[in-house]
Design a protein around this ligand. Sequence first.
Ligand code: GTP
Ligand code: MG
Length: 197
Amino acid sequence: MVIKTATYLISSPDYTKCPKPVFPEYAFIGRSNVGKSSLINLLTNNEKLAKTSGTPGKTQLINHFEINNSWYLVDLPGYGFAKRSMSQRKQWEKMIEDYLRKRENLVNVFVLIDSRHNPQKIDIDFVNQLGEWEIPFSLVFTKADKSTQAEVSRNIKAFLNKMKETWQFLPPHFVTSTVKKSGRDAILDYIEELNIQ
Ligand code: GTP
Ligand code: MG
């Protein structure tokens, strides 16, 4: 897919304030600092579109971008941010659960996983939660430039094996690096395929 236009629309504190659900929507979520905003910038070829930061907890609201005047891309705040208070965490959980379960035009959630690590409980718990809520998702293993290819493959395999303990079917997965600018086409093609259906 060719990205002709990518425009920031609005940052919303909850799903009721999001833009009218007139286009198919794709959301990016995952641990704080995993690279959600950077990936959105890679996909749209615009390094300044979504705000990124070396400090976790940068993205706090539900951020909508309109792509090619035909679909929405959404940057969400990450989970597992240690410096949040219990009440902030509860607030995040409610915002995200409501958004994921009630946003009627949401087609697919991309769950980002740091490819440097062994399967982390927090990520496994999150995808299991999506399963319980029956929300379609795919996995994106990020920061592939930070380890050897063999290590990345091992971590992906371990994550999928962990999922096999509870899942009958495994979701599609992608591998990305914003440094090497890799993984972009596969994700955009996948979104295009889903848009046609
Ligand atoms: P929050 O909004 O805080 O939840 O973080 P986020 O998931 O949006 O992460 P963000 O895109 O802000 O990136 C966090 C840090 O990781 C930044 O310093 C990025 O430059 C870095 N980063 C993101 N993707 C990659 C990647 O593929 N490779 C490398 N080497 N660094 C990356
Ligand atoms: Mg972010």
